[in-house]
Design a protein around this ligand. Structure first.
Ligand SMILES: [Zn+2]
Ligand SMILES: [Zn+2]
Length: 291
C-alpha cells in the first residue's frame, strides 16, 4: 500500500461555488491501514479519485458534527456498501455521531432493506461500529494509535484535533479551532501538521458578499485561526511540515497561494503546503521495519 496523506476537500464551510474546492475531508494511508478524516460533501468522489477501493473502507474519524465535516458520512459508507463492502468499518466521532449514522440508516431504510433482500447484501448495520470518543486515546491497534485533543471551536464543545502515530511517524489534524496554544504541544515534532487557516483580507470580502456581515465575521474570528497563528502553532510545535487546510476563503479569485504564503511566512519558516483538493503528500519511511 502507498503510504500517503491526501487532501480530498480543502475548503472551510459548507457552501459550494462553480469550479471551486469541496468541504473538508482527508485520507491517510499508514502502516497498512487507511483512515478517512472528516466526511464533508465530496468525500466519496475524492476517495475514488485518489484510487482508494471503497470496498476496502476501513477507519473513519469525525472531528466534530458541523455539516462541512460530516454531511457525507452516511452516503460514503452506503456507497461503499453498494460497491461490495463486506468487511467491518469502524467510525470514531464525538458524542452524537452514533445518532448521525442511525438516523441516516433510518432515512435510507427502504433502499437498505430492498438491497439486502433483492441483492443479497450483508446487513449494513452489522458492518459498521460507531465509537464515540472524547479527549485522550481514541484508537490503538498494532503500531497505529490515534489521540484526540479537545480544541476551541465555539459554539461547538465537542471538537477534537487528532494525532496519528505509527512507527515514528506522526500526522496531526487541527480540526476546526480558533488559535489554540495547546495544539503546539499536541503537535510536537509531527511530520505533518494539517491546520485550518483563515486569511483576514479574504474574510472581509467574504462577509461583505454574504450579507449577515458583522455576525458572520464575529463567528469566524472567534472559531477559526488566522494563517499567521497557524504558522505560530507549527513553529512552537517544531513540526516538519505545515499544511494549510479548511481554507477561508477557499474560492475568492482575488486570493491565491501567494497570499496565504505571505501571511504564514511571517511566523513559519519550514516546509509549507497550501491545501488544494486531491493533493497527495508522501509519508516518510517507518523508523522500525514492520514484522
Ligand atoms: Zn468546518
Ligand atoms: Zn466547524
Amino acid at each position: 500500500m502507498i503510504e500517503r496523506l491526501v487532501l480530498l476537500g480543502t475548503k472551510g464551510g459548507p457552501a459550494l461555488r462553480p469550479g471551486g474546492p469541496m468541504p473538508t475531508s482527508c485520507l491517510i494511508e499508514i502502516g497498512g491501514r487507511s483512515a478517512v478524516i472528516d466526511c464533508g460533501l465530496g468525500v466519496t468522489k475524492g476517495l475514488v479519485d485518489a484510487g482508494l477501493s471503497l470496498k476496502g473502507l476501513d477507519l473513519v474519524f469525525i472531528t466534530h458534527l458541523h455539516s462541512d465535516h460530516v454531511l457525507e458520512l452516511g452516503a460514503l459508507i452506503h456507497t461503499a456498501w453498494t460497491a461490495g463492502l463486506a468487511t467491518p468499518v469502524r467510525v470514531f466521532g464525538p458524542e452524537g455521531t452514533r445518532d448521525v449514522w442511525a438516523h441516516f440508516c433510518r432515512s435510507l431504510s427502504y433502499d437498505i432493506e430492498t438491497r439486502i433482500v433483492d441483492e443479497g447484501r450483508p446487513d449494513i448495520l452489522a458492518l459498521v461500529t460507531v465509537t464515540e470518543f472524547s479527549q485522550g486515546r481514541v484508537f490503538e491497534e498494532a503500531d497505529l494509535s490515534v489521540e484526540a485533543l479537545r480544541v476551541d471551536h465555539p459554539p461547538v464543545t465537542e471538537c477534537y484535533a487528532l494525532r496519528f502515530n505509527e512507527n515514528g511517524r506522526s500526522v496531526v489534524f487541527s480540526a476546526d479551532t480558533c488559535h489554540f496554544q495547546p495544539l503546539a504541544a499536541f503537535a510536537e515534532g509531527a511530520d505533518y501538521l494539517v491546520h485550518e487557516a483563515m486569511l483576514l483580507e479574504g474574510v472581509d470580502r467574504l462577509v461583505a458578499r454574504t450579507g449577515n456581515g458583522a455576525r458572520l465575521k464575529e463567528h469566524l474570528m472567534a472559531s477559526h485561526t488566522l494563517a499567521e497563528d497557524a504558522g505560530r502553532i507549527a513553529s512552537d510545535a517544531g513540526c516538519a511540515h505545515l499544511v494549510l487546510n479548511h481554507l477561508i476563503p477557499a474560492d475568492d479569485p482575488q486570493v491565491g497561494p501567494e497570499d496565504w504564503e505571505r501571511a504564514v511566512r511571517t511566523t513559519w519558516e519550514g516546509s509549507l503546503t497550501i491545501g488544494r483538493d486531491g493533493l497527495e503528500l508522501p509519508l516518510k519511511r517507518a523508523s522500525a521495519p514492520r514484522a
